[in-house]
Design a protein around this ligand. Structure first.
Ligand code: UDP
Length: 252
């Protein structure tokens, strides 16, 4: 294969220059990190599963008219996406209390929230992605008020879509994180869903048993991460050939 120019290497993905201007190849690695990369491991097969799952969710968003960066999957580990300028925010949507919010506000994990709560964190690993308010975002110029209106609308549309898709396969969407990209079309700019949507960036609980099928399996040492992600892929019908389904012994 011709040598490609690496643009960026993140914790779970590497980005290469794409074949045409305005495109990027997103390579999904098997590396798993948590707690701001203090815990790390290589989980064989995770990258393949996240590549397939992110393709599935992004294609679904395209089908319902939610703009996103996905162009096409290239192979088991790579997908072609639109190049965009990433807004330096992690956009988190929560339907049930969990993780950092449950801890911060002293709410029991799993408590249903009265309405979806959207939070913003400033994307900065060295600072541990701190929670910020719209005041910070406006004052530091990370996004305009119009951008924030568009980001909120995108986040809530993704939430409704993902919640419904997951509900259809017996999974509760507890919370998730998305990233937003800015693309320029002539004189105009548009905001689109970028990065990835996968069990690495969502909390997914089995509706019947409460079993965790997301990265908390790794964060909290609850069993095999690939078994959990394979189960999500199997239920959605996007199980890659040759992957083994979850063993019935995995319980949380
Ligand atoms: N999340 C993520 N990347 C991050 C931080 C959070 O994908 O850097 C996701 C996480 O998987 C969960 C949601 O965002 O689905 C909310 O995470 P939370 O703030 O509860 O943080 P955590 O408990 O993961 O530290």
């Amino acid at each position: 294969m011709a040598r490609r120019k690496k643009i960026y290497e993140g914790k779970a993905k590497t980005l290469f220059e794409g074949p045409e201007p305005g495109t990027i190849v997103q390579y999904f690695k098997d590396d798993a990190t948590a707690f701001n990369a203090e815990k790390r491991d290589v989980i064989e097969g995770k990258g393949v599963l996240n590549n397939m799952l992110s393709e599935y969710f992004m294609n679904g968003l395209t089908q319902i008219g939610v703009p996103n960066h996905f162009i096409r999957r290239l192979n088991m580990r790579e997908q072609l996406v639109k190049a965009c300028e990433i807004v330096p925010l992690e956009v988190i949507v929560r339907n049930f209390a969990a993780g950092s919010m449950a801890k911060r506000l002293g709410i029991e994990e799993g408590t249903a929230l009265p309405r979806p709560i959207v939070e913003y964190c400033f994307k900065d690993d060295a600072l541990g992605d701190p929670l910020v308010t719209e005041e910070h975002i406006a004052a530091f110029g990370w996004a305009s008020q119009q951008d924030m209106d568009d980001i909120l609308s995108l986040a809530l549309r993704v939430n409704d879509f993902l919640s419904g898709v997951m509900f259809g396969v017996g999974i509760k969407l507890v919370d998730f994180k998305i990233e937003i990209g800015r693309v320029y079309e002539g004189d105009y700019q548009r905001l689109i869903v970028a990065d990835e949507i996968s069990p690495d960036s969502c909390r997914l609980w089995d509706i019947e048993t409460g079993q965790k099928l997301d990265k908390d399996v790794f964060r909290r040492d609850l069993g095999s991460l690939t078994d959990a992600y394979s189960e999500v892929a199997r239920r959605l019908g996007v199980m890659p050939k040759g992957a083994t389904p979850m063993k019935p012994t995995l319980i949380n």
